[in-house]
Design a protein around this ligand. Structure first.
Ligand code: UDP
Ligand code: MN
Length: 484
């Protein structure tokens, strides 16, 4: 079992012991089960790209689509082989799918291209009015398709994702995903799940069966109207192998006038892996950084600096030519990233308004505050400044937090150390007051910031329930917070 695990980074032995058409629990909310959808929904092509996928997971994906979709709504399934090196994925696969009761086409990339260009190929040869992308290790559950297509029929500029349930990489047990999480990202541009905020619950008047507007999509599973996919510029074909494309299309959809939603009545399972089984020709970091730089440069305006400052060395990675993507943004008259942060993702880790982004330096000792690899509950460190950003960058935000990513400087313990704790947005122990009057005083615990041009000094004070106390424990004096 352990040996086989390495092949695909999931329990292949377990997968092989499970039927290709196994039954699954119906994990939908009660209110979803009796919803009615129009008869004349648009038909979809299902596009599944794969590189060296296991036979059982790939075919279980295909069977679950065929078995749990009304065939009147299923135009075809398109399998795109991204230059796999397994014999069974060649002729044997073609012979197998020929017998299935829904048209299944297999197309091959001439060379390893990555999931982005493989999906583009699949989309280009498919014919359904809607394109539904799935990973090659998914399982669709009862009623998954109708609510996706119905939402697109209502509004062709809405791009929809199912709730992604978890298929255990260890046991292949099927576990319902939550309808209370949605997609976001952090300063490193890693996709993350976060709780659906209250404003979104309120907008839906508490009805959890209504779609959730999500700032980003996880990437692997979504449906989109074919013409709308073209209109908004499909994918960035300059991105390689894996990564970044999900945030890129998410930003693009929102900034260019579309809508991105999680349709909570649609559930599809996915095997989440802890490691990637395949190679990244050219280097994993290089490729992901390149893709992320492309999306940062085209879509994030000045907020790209949050990504650049926390990822030392990333600006050295070549991101190729982006002129066609910036031209696309121009042509579609897309809104700025600040609009997205304000209106779509106000709870983002990247603050829409901030005074400063940079290091916090003691000019006398040349030491810097260090977030200790952003480990939660860790005392903030003081080390020699390395000037590389990374663990030594903080942002002083308009909410008066001093934060790195999702962690904030926090003084919950009276006279205890300053720690990095999850930002809680409640001000209190995480509220740092700016006090220009103390400018220039030295024996007090102060740090200063460069606020565009001029340096101004800040006192580190701690405000709890409107009582302001000067913080005088952990910091050395004369910190400078300067933009790197
Ligand atoms: N994939 C591909 N070519 C690549 C990398 C990935 O066709 O170079 C396929 C992969 O087989 C899978 C999909 O793209 O069907 C998404 O990849 P993966 O599941 O590894 O991404 P994750 O779900 O871990 O984000
Ligand atoms: Mn996957």
């Amino acid at each position: 079992m352990k040996e086989m695990f390495k092949i695909n980074q999931f329990n292949l032995m377990a997968s092989e012991m499970i039927a290709l058409n196994r039954s699954l629990p119906d994990v939908r909310l009660e209110g979803c089960k009796n919803k009615l959808y129009p008869d004349n929904l648009p038909r979809t092509s299902v596009v599944i790209v794969f590189h060296n996928e296991a036979w059982t997971t790939l075919l279980r994906t295909v069977h679950s689509v065929i078995d749990r979709s009304p065939h009147t709504l299923l135009e075809e399934i398109v399998l795109v082989d991204d230059a796999s090196e397994r014999d069974f994925l060649k002729q044997q696969l073609e012979r197998y799918v020929r017998k299935l009761e829904v048209p299944v086409r297999v197309v091959r990339m001439e060379q390893r291209s990555g999931l982005i260009r493989a999906r583009l190929k699949g989309a280009s040869i498919s014919t359904g009015q809607v394109i539904t992308f799935l990973d090659a290790h998914c399982e669709c559950t009862t009623g998954w398709l109708e609510p996706l297509l119905a939402r697109i029929k209502q509004d062709r500029k809405t791009v929809v994702c199912p709730i992604i349930d978890v298929i255990s990489d260890d046991t292949f047990e099927y576990m319902a995903g939550s309808d209370m999480t949605y997609g976001g990202f952090n300063w490193k541009l890693n996709f993350r799940w976060y709780p659906v905020p209250q404003r979104e619950m309120d907008r839906r008047k508490g009805d959890r069966t209504l779609p959730v507007r999500t700032p980003t999509m996880a990437g692997g599973l979504f449906s989109i109207d074919r013409d709308y996919f073209q209109e908004i510029g499909t994918y960035d074909a300059g991105m390689d192998i894996w990564g970044g494309e999900n945030l890129e299309i998410s930003f693009r959809i929102w900034q260019c006038g579309g809508t991105l939603e999680i349709v909570t009545c649609s559930h599809v399972g996915h095997v989440f892996r802890k490691a990637t089984p395949y190679t990244f020709p050219g280097g994993t970091g290089q490729i992901i950084n390149k893709n992320n730089r492309r999306l940062a440069e085209v879509w994030m305006d000045e907020f790209k600096n949050f990504f650049y400052i926390i990822s030392p060395g990333v600006t050295k990675v070549d991101y190729g030519d982006i002129t066609s993507r910036t031209a696309l943004r121009q042509k579609l008259q897309c809104k700025p990233f600040s609009w997205y942060l304000e209106n779509i993702y106000p709870d983002s880790q990247i603050p829409r308004h901030y005074y400063s982004l940079g290091e916090i330096r003691n000019v006398e000792t040349n030491q810097c505050l260090d977030n200790m690899a952003r480990k939660e509950n860790e005392k903030v460190g003081i080390f020699n400044c390395h000037g590389m950003g990374g663990n030594q960058v903080f942002s002083y935000t308009a909410n008066k937090e001093i934060r790195t990513d999702d962690l904030c400087l926090d003084v919950s313990k009276l006279n205890g150390p300053v720690m990095m704790l999850k930002c809680h947005h409640l001000k209190g122990n995480q509220l740092w007051e700016y006090d220009p009057l103390v400018s220039g005083r030295h024996n007090k615990k102060a740090f200063s910031q460069s606020d565009a041009e001029k340096l101004v000094h800040m006192f580190i004070t701690w405000t709890v329930f409107s009582q302001t106390k000067t913080w005088d424990v952990t910091f050395p004096s004369n910190f400078i917070c300067k933009a790197l």
